[in-house]
Design a protein around this ligand. Structure first.
Ligand code: FAD
Length: 380
C-alpha cells in the first residue's frame, strides 16, 4: 500500500504541496497544520487511511506483470493470478524509474552513483565532494541537505522553474490554484507537449516555509555549474551560458507572478503587497569541466528526473520515445479501446500529477469509461 511513498523516497522528503491541498476525493487533510507539508511516511499513512475509508478492494503486494487485449477487453496477469476485465485504468505512476543519461555507465568506478530511489540521507554517502545533477525540486532539496551535512556540493543546473515558497503572504501554490493556473486544461494549452515535459518547480516543503532557489543554495556554499552536456575521458563537461539559463527562469517566474498580481487586482483578493525578488546571481566564473578521476567528487547524485515503467504493457500504445499515447487520459482507442490513464503530467489539467489534482481528472475519466461500458460512442 502506497508503495512509492514507503520505499522510493528519501528520509527527509516532505510534500511540496501544503496540507490544505492534500485533498483526495472526499478525504481532505483534517489535521492541525493546514499550512504545513506532510512527510513521506505521513503521505503513505494518508493513502492507507483513504483505502480503508473508501473500502476499495485493494490487493496489496500484487504486481501486474502483463496486460494484453482479449476479444472483449483485457487479460491482466499479476503475481497473484490472472484477471479478465473490459476496461483498465493505468494508475501506475509517472515516476517509477530514474531518468539518467546513458553516459553514467562510463563514469569512473571510484565515483559512487545514486539516484533518488537509492538515496536516503547524507550519512550514507562517502566523505568528500558530491555532484548533484539536476536543479529541479529533487535536485535542490538533495543539494541543500547534502551541503548541510558539511560536504562540498557542486550542482549542475539545466532548464528549471524558479518559484518563491511564499508570495504576497501566501503559499505560491495557493496562487497557482486560486488564479486558475493549475486548472488550465490540456486542450487549451498552446504547447501541450512542452507543458508535459516541464521540470518540477524549485520548491521544498519545510516547516519554516523557506524559499529554496539557487540564490539560497549559493548562500549556503553550493557551487553552481551548467548543464552536464557530455562525459569525455573521465571529465564531466558542462554547458556555458548560465546567465541565459538563469535569465529565462527569472523571466518566467516574473511572468507567472504578474499573472497572480493581475488576478488579485481583478478579483480584489486580499493579499500583501507584491514581494520584491532578486535575480538569480550568476557566478563570476562557473567551471566548465570537472575531472571525475581526481578524487574531488566522491559521489554523483542523479536528480535528472523520473519516468514511468511500462515494461509490462503488452498493448501497442507507446510512441517512439516510450511515452503513452493518450488524449486527456483516454489511451489510443483505436489500438486499445477501454484503456485509460490517470496521474500523468498535465493529463487533463496542469495539476494532474498532484494528489490534489486527481479528483477532477478521475471524475471525467470515469465518466468516459462508464460511457464505454454502456456502449456509447467515445466522446466527452
Ligand atoms: C520525489 C517526488 C515528490 C513528489 N511530491 C509531491 C507533492 O509534494 N505533492 C503532490 O501532490 N505530489 C507529489 N509528487 C507526485 C506524486 O507522486 C503524485 O501526486 C502521486 O503519488 C501520484 O499518485 P499515483 O497513484 O498516480 O502514482 P504513484 O504514487 O507513483 O503510485 C503508483 C503505484 O503503482 C504501482 N505500480 C507501478 N507499476 C505497477 C505494476 N506493474 N503492477 C502493480 N503496481 C504497480 C507503484 O508501485 C505505486 O505504488 C511527488 C513525486 C515524486 C517522485
Amino acid at each position: 500500500m502506497a508503495n512509492s511513498w514507503r520505499h522510493e523516497r528519501w528520509d527527509s522528503l516532505r510534500l511540496l504541496t501544503p496540507n490544505w491541498q492534500t485533498d483526495l476525493p472526499g478525504y481532505a487533510y483534517a489535521g492541525p497544520d493546514p499550512d504545513g507539508y506532510l512527510t513521506a511516511v505521513e503521505v503513505a499513512d494518508l493513502i492507507a487511511g483513504y483505502a480503508a475509508a473508501s473500502a476499495a478492494p485493494v490487493r496489496t503486494g500484487t504486481a501486474v506483470t502483463s496486460l494484453r487485449r482479449t476479444e472483449d477487453g483485457y487479460a491482466v496477469v499479476t503475481t497473484a493470478g490472472e484477471f479478465r476485465c473490459r476496461t483498465v485504468v493505468l494508475a501506475s505512476g509517472a515516476c517509477n524509474l530514474p531518468s539518467v543519461p546513458d553516459w553514467q555507465a562510463a563514469v569512473p568506478a571510484k565515483v559512487d552513483q545514486l539516484t533518488p530511489f537509492d538515496y536516503r540521507a547524507p550519512d550514507q554517502l562517502a566523505d568528500g565532494g558530491v555532484l548533484v545533477v539536476g536543479a529541479s525540486a529533487t535536485g535542490v532539496q538533495l543539494a541543500d541537505e547534502i551541503r548541510r551535512s558539511g560536504r562540498p556540493v557542486v550542482l549542475s543546473v539545466g532548464e528549471h522553474v524558479r518559484l518563491p515558497r511564499l508570495y504576497r503572504g501566501r503559499d505560491v501554490l495557493w496562487w497557482m490554484a486560486a488564479s486558475g493556473v493549475w486548472d488550465q486544461r490540456f486542450d487549451e494549452l498552446d504547447d501541450l507537449d512542452r507543458a508535459r515535459r516541464l521540470p518540477s518547480p524549485q520548491l521544498a516543503g519545510t516547516p519554516e516555509r523557506r524559499t529554496l532557489d539557487l540564490n539560497a543554495l549559493v548562500a549556503d556554499g553550493v557551487e553552481l555549474v551548467g548543464r552536464w552536456a557530455a562525459l569525455r575521458d573521465g571529465r564531466a563537461l558542462f554547458s556555458g551560458g548560465l546567465r541565459n539559463v538563469f535569465s529565462l527562469a527569472d523571466l518566467k517566474m516574473r511572468r507567472l507572478l504578474s499573472t497572480f498580481d493581475e488576478w488579485a487586482e481583478r478579483t480584489g483578493a486580499a493579499a500583501d503587497a507584491p514581494d520584491p525578488y532578486a535575480p538569480t546571481g550568476v557566478p563570476e566564473s562557473a567551471r566548465l569541466q570537472l575531472d571525475l578521476g581526481s578524487g574531488e567528487i566522491r559521489t554523483i547524485v542523479w536528480a535528472t528526473g523520473y519516468r514511468p515503467d511500462y515494461a509490462w504493457l503488452d498493448v501497442p500504445v507507446l510512441d517512439g520515445r516510450g511515452r503513452l499515447r493518450h488524449e486527456g487520459g483516454v489511451v489510443d482507442s483505436a489500438a486499445s479501446p477501454g484503456l485509460y490513464a490517470l496521474g500523468l503530467p498535465v493529463l487533463r489539467r496542469r495539476k494532474s500529477t498532484f494528489l490534489y489534482g486527481i479528483e477532477d481528472d478521475a471524475r471525467e475519466i470515469v465518466g468516459h469509461l462508464a460511457g464505454h461500458l454502456a456502449g456509447h460512442v467515445a466522446g466527452w
